[in-house]
Ligand binder design. Structure first.
Ligand SMILES: Cc1cc2nc3c(=O)[nH]c(=O)nc-3n(C[C@H](O)[C@H](O)[C@H](O)COP(=O)(O)OP(=O)(O)OC[C@H]3O[C@@H](n4cnc5c(N)ncnc54)[C@H](O)[C@@H]3O)c2cc1C
Length: 702
């Protein structure tokens, strides 16, 4: 129920000087909710009923008049509420009020609004004395849109032919029977997703004339609706997965675990996609090597002096390739154990239910599928004025191959990939220059998080040019002659190699999506709803190909949701946060709302900050520049964002992600005992700094 300001006589526009409750508080009738102060009086506005506050609509400083909304109250009496209004057991400010169901889907026009989906099992109705009747026709497939009363299957007993119609309109998500099966009343025929409007596939014929009302009847004279099919393919899949990166293999394995017959298609020889083969894993192996070199240098200043490292590039490369091989080999084993059929080749959709694959070792094969999950990922972006075919011009894949260590390396792009590669090549001995178009490294991240990293790399690298455009690159025998346009950059400079790390573009336009009725936007992304359905209801898309942030853990999470929905489960992608990490030195990590975003969205937030200069653990690691900050919503008190910079920030951010997902407030985090001395303490200490209970720092009283 809504609690509004009652009749307060002739007072209007009275300032709120105190708000006594927060979302989640349990109040008794007559408990004070807010205090108003006019020039004549101070008024407490009490609760008109007992209940739990679900939302507070005003803040200190707001001005209110009679009738204005103060808060919303779940009026149901809370069990165990004491006379004082707060149950000893009732968790104050800990109740998660959001429903598990996610907010309505955007963008408008694709998929269906989420939250109204319901998957029902369609069963064989009462068919009189018939039992164990053979199915002689299955008239629908997964993804088909059916009207109420459309025939789904046909049974034939020795006495009659019976059509079993759909009880309601919707989309078939799974067909559970096949021709030749024997069924009786109650046998599950199909799963049907109801409550949505799906545009039928363009190739589908007009639906059959609806049958009369009776559930079971003699075979209709009009032929039942049948989906137009191309000639049968070479391989049949209940679920086809295109692309075996983290999104694709996760989806394939989950679908197989849920009983689906899965075919997984990828053009590369090893499963694992960009992440395992040319992304997350090889880069982290090389970053570990870089960290070891950096630590030996750092310890030299503290009494343990190492000589300059002798770097055997061949061995380092082999070790990195070995790590990749071990993981991709493991995936191949997992696919075999699950009986997932893998096909190596380049796939393009040729119709809504077929994929043509140009096999890697020659020839073409066609896969028929009931449902598909597109996980075809992304490619490095190239720029037209860059001579990409010159072997001295690298993308991230080329840089990870570790063909050699140039004397002077230009990195075009100061984002995560560019800076991780800068970390590696700097420690291996290259003189690194970074050119970044924006006014900050890792544009978009909060400046205070980037600043410790920027300070360190400014000391280490040859040049960092911000607000700088590379306007031309000329490949000459003596080197790559690069033209710059920026406040601190020279007009031209010559480099031995250059890494282009200006972003990645999705592969949506290269898979024949239009033949399957899947909409792809101008930039090559595939729009999806919160169940990862594309504009074709039986085809899902996940991972880099559906949009930012391009991160492996996002792709994996989406892969699970898509596979579960394809298997008839009512799953949604409704994560509150997707953490991001730059594995630079120091690492930078954040989850949830950044301060930049909070300010732009007008969110009233407070923050607790803990500088690592006061962390015992950080100092014992020889580092003091780190920082942990946690943002809290001033209205609900809950953690909404966290940013960490310092060694191992990428591991630490997981706690913040959990806290945000769980709706934790500062007391939840601060009162959780963290082991000492660890970097993890800094998360609790930042929460304590927000609460004002911290003793490890002296903060003047608020
Ligand atoms: C250098 C680098 C470092 C990175 N580090 C991290 C990191 O530390 N953490 C992190 O979370 N993310 C990282 N990423 C990003 C991460 O790799 C991607 O977000 C992730 O791989 C996306 O997964 P995906 O399943 O969407 O697609 P991808 O991994 O891109 O896989 C797509 C697969 O589809 C295949 N394919 C594409 N088109 C076709 C076709 N038509 N037919 C057949 N096969 C096709 C490709 O061969 C590929 O195997 C990094 C990326 C790079 C480049």
């Amino acid at each position: 129920m809504d609690i509004t300001v009652p009749d307060i006589g002739h007072f209007v526009d009275v300032p709120v000087i105190e708000v006594h409750v927060a979302a989640g508080d349990v109040v008794a009738a007559e408990d004070p909710l807010i205090t108003l102060e006019s020039d004549k009086a101070t008024l407490d506005v009490p609760a008109s009923a007992a209940g739990t506050v679900s939302e507070v609509a005003i803040r200190v400083g707001d001005r209110v008049s009679a009738g204005d909304l103060i808060l919303r109250l779940d009026a149901a009496p809370a069990a165990g509420v004491s006379a004082a209004g707060v149950s000893a057991a009732a968790p104050v400010r800990e109740r998660v009020t959001e429903d598990a169901a996610p907010a309505p889907v955007e963008p408008p026009g694709y998929g269906s609004p989420s939250g109204i989906y319901e998957v029902i099992e369609v069963t064989v109705p009462d068919i009189g004395h018939f039992v164990d009747v053979p199915v002689i026709e299955v008239q629908v497939a997964a993804g088909d849109v059916v009207a109420s009363e459309d025939p789904l299957i046909t049974l034939e007993s020795d006495k009659a032919t019976l059509d079993i119609p759909a009880p309601v309109a919707g989309t078939i998500t799974t067909v559970r029977v096949a021709v030749g099966d024997h069924v009786s009343a109650g046998h599950v025929i199909a799963d049907l997703r109801t409550g949505e409007t799906v545009v039928p596939e363009p190739a589908a014929p007009e639906p059959a004339v609806p049958e009369p009302a009776a559930l079971v009847q003699p075979r209709p004279t009009a032929p039942a609706a049948a989906r137009q099919r191309s000639a049968p393919g070479d391989v049949a899949a209940e679920v086809l997965v295109l692309g075996a990166g983290p999104g694709g293999y996760t989806a394939a394995f989950r679908a197989a675990d849920l009983g689906k017959k899965v075919v997984l298609v990828d053009r590369w020889p090893a499963l694992g996609g960009v992440c395992l083969n040319v992304g997350c894993i090889p880069s982290k192996a090389l970053l570990h090597a870089a960290r070891v070199i950096a630590e030996t240098k750092e310890m030299s200043e503290h009494g343990i002096v190492f000589g300059a490292p002798a770097i055997e590039l061949g061995k380092l490369r082999a070790w990195k390739d070995g790590v990749v091989g071990r993981l991709t080999g493991g995936l191949a084993g997992l696919a075999r154990q699950r009986k997932v059929t893998t096909i190596r080749g380049y796939g393009r959709f040729s119709s809504p239910h077929q994929l043509q694959v140009e096999l890697a070792d020659g020839g073409v094969t066609t896969v028929d599928f009931e449902q598909a999950i597109i996980a075809a990922g992304s490619e490095p972006l190239t720029l037209p004025f860059i001579p990409s075919s010159d072997p001295r011009v690298l993308d991230s894949t080329g840089a990870l191959e570790l063909g050699g260590v140039p004397e002077r390396l230009l990195i075009l792009g100061g984002g995560i990939i560019g800076l991780e590669m800068a970390t590696v090549y700097h420690e291996l001995g290259a003189r690194v220059t970074i050119a970044e178009l924006m006014d900050q490294l890792i544009p978009g991240a909060d400046k205070d998080l980037i600043s410790p990293l920027a300070k360190r790399v400014t000391r280490q690298y040859e040049n960092i040019y911000l607000k700088t455009k590379v306007t031309n690159v000329e490949a000459r025998p003596e080197g790559l002659v690069v033209s710059f346009d920026g406040p601190k950059a020279p007009a031209t400079d010559t480099f031995d190699r250059m890494l282009v790390a200006v972003g990645r573009s999705p592969n949506g336009k290269a898979i024949g999506a239009e033949n399957a009725g899947v909409t792809v936007n101008d930039r090559g992304y595939i729009p999806v709803d919160k169940q990862l359905r594309t504009s074709a209801a039986h085809i899902f898309a996940i991972g880099d190909i559906i949009g930012q942030p391009m991160l492996a853990h996002k792709a994996m999470h989406e892969g699970k949701v898509a596979a579960e929905v394809a298997a008839g489960k009512n799953s949604f992608f409704d994560a509150r946060v997707i953490p991001s990490v730059a594995y630079t030195d120091p690492e930078v990590a954040w989850a949830g709302v950044t301060e930049n975003e909070a300010r732009a969205a007008g969110v009233t937030y407070g923050k607790g900050v803990f500088p690592w200069a006061a962390s015992g653990r950080s100092l014992t690691l020889g580092r003091s520049e780190g920082l942990t900050k946690v943002l809290f919503d001033e209205v609900t008190g809950r953690a909404i964002g966290c940013g960490i910079v310092g060694p191992n920030a990428g591991d630490l951010i997981a706690e913040a992600a959990l806290a945000i997902e769980m709706g934790a407030d500062a007391a939840d985090i601060g009162l959780t005992i963290h082991p000492h001395p660890t970097l993890s303490e800094t998360v609790a200490l930042a929460a304590e700094a927000f609460e004002g209970t911290i003793t490890d720092l002296y903060l003047p009283r608020r």
